[in-house]
Design a protein around this ligand. Structure first.
Ligand SMILES: C[S@@+](CC[C@H](N)C(=O)[O-])C[C@H]1O[C@@H](n2cnc3c(N)ncnc32)[C@H](O)[C@@H]1O
Length: 262
C-alpha cells in the first residue's frame, strides 16, 4: 500500500472525479465579485486545476492562480491558460501590498488552515495583498453542520468512477478530532489496473460561523455575507439570480467579507 494524494497528484483525474462542466463554482464566485463591485485583480488561492481561475479570466478579470501543488499548477498552465499561475502557501503568502482587489478561496481550501496560527497567517496575507475595500470570497464545509449530526461519521462510504478505461474505487471514513477541531478523512483507493491500493489521510478545520466572524473582524474585515446556500456545492445548487440565504445550518458555508477602508 502506498500513500499520496491521488487526485491532487493527478489533476485530470481530479476534474473527472469532480466535474463542473457548467463552471458553477467560477460563476458563483464571479457573481459575488460583481454584486459587491470588486475591482479586476483577483487572486484564486488554492486554485487547483485552474478551472475557476480561467473562468474569472474569461469574465475579463486579471487573475493570479496560486497553489502549493506543482502538479496542479502544471495542469492549470496547460489546460486553463489565461491566468498567471504561481506556487504559494495558503498559510502565508506575499504578492506585495494592495496587489489584488479580491481573493477567492473555493471548495474548502481555507480549511487547510488547521491551526489558529495558520488561519491568522492566511488572513494577514489576504489583508496585505488586498486593496482597501477589497473582497475575500470563500466557499467551504460548515463545521457547525457536525454539531448534533452524525450522519456523515462512523461509517464507510463506497464510491467508484471510471476514467480512461480504469475503474477507481474508494472506501472513505470520516471522523471528528475534537481536540484538534478537525474533520479527518481516511480513504483507500483501489483500481482494476493492478496498481497497489493507495491510502490517503486528509483533514479540514471544523470552523464555526461565529468563530470565522471573530477571526475576520480581528483581521480588519467586515462580513457582508455568511450563509449555507445557495452555493455551487449545495442541493439545490446556486443559479444566477438566486440571492444568498441568512442561515448557517447546512453543510456548506459561503463567505463574502470586505477589508475595511480605515
Ligand atoms: C479541494 S482542492 C480545490 C481546488 C479548487 N479551488 C477548486 O475549487 O476546484 C484544494 C486545493 O488546495 C491546495 N492546497 C492545499 N493546501 C494548500 C496550501 N497550504 N497552500 C496552497 N494550496 C494548498 C491543493 O493543492 C488543492 O489544489
Amino acid at each position: 500500500m502506498t500513500s499520496g494524494n491521488l487526485l491532487t497528484d493527478h489533476p485530470a483525474l481530479y476534474e473527472a472525479r469532480f466535474p463542473d462542466p457548467e463552471r458553477l463554482a467560477g460563476r458563483w464566485a464571479e457573481d459575488c465579485l460583481r454584486r459587491h463591485g470588486a475591482g479586476p485583480r483577483v487572486l484564486d488561492m488554492g486554485c487547483g486545476t485552474g478551472r475557476d481561475a480561467a473562468h474569472l479570466h474569461a469574465c475579463g478579470r486579471t487573475v493570479t492562480g496560486a497553489d502549493r501543488s506543482e502538479a496542479m499548477l502544471a495542469h492549470a498552465r496547460s489546460h486553463h491558460p489565461g491566468p498567471t499561475y504561481v506556487r504559494a502557501d495558503l498559510h502565508g503568502f506575499d504578492f506585495g501590498r494592495a496587489a489584488h482587489d479580491a481573493v477567492v478561496c473555493l471548495d474548502s481550501t481555507l480549511l487547510y488552515c488547521h491551526t489558529n496560527a495558520q488561519l491568522d497567517g492566511f488572513l494577514a496575507s489576504c489583508r496585505r495583498t488586498l486593496e482597501r475595500g477589497g473582497l475575500l470570497v470563500a466557499e467551504m464545509r460548515n463545521g457547525a453542520y457536525f454539531l448534533g449530526r452524525t450522519d456523515l461519521l462512523g461509517r464507510t462510504a463506497l464510491d467508484s468512477f471510471t476514467w480512461q478505461g480504469t475503474t477507481y474505487r474508494s472506501r472513505t471514513t470520516l471522523s471528528v478530532d475534537r481536540t484538534a477541531q478537525l474533520l479527518r478523512r481516511s480513504r483507500v483507493w483501489t483500481t482494476d489496473d493492478g496498481s497497489p491500493p493507495l491510502v490517503q489521510h486528509s483533514a479540514w478545520r471544523l470552523l464555526f460561523p461565529q468563530e470565522l466572524r471573530h477571526f475576520l473582524t480581528a483581521h480588519g474585515f467586515d462580513v457582508l455575507e455568511l450563509h449555507d446556500g445557495p452555493g455551487p456545492r449545495t442541493e439545490p445548487p446556486w443559479r444566477e439570480g438566486r440571492l444568498p440565504g441568512t442561515r448557517t445550518d447546512a453543510d456548506r458555508l459561503h463567505l463574502v467579507a470586505r477589508l475595511r477602508t480605515a
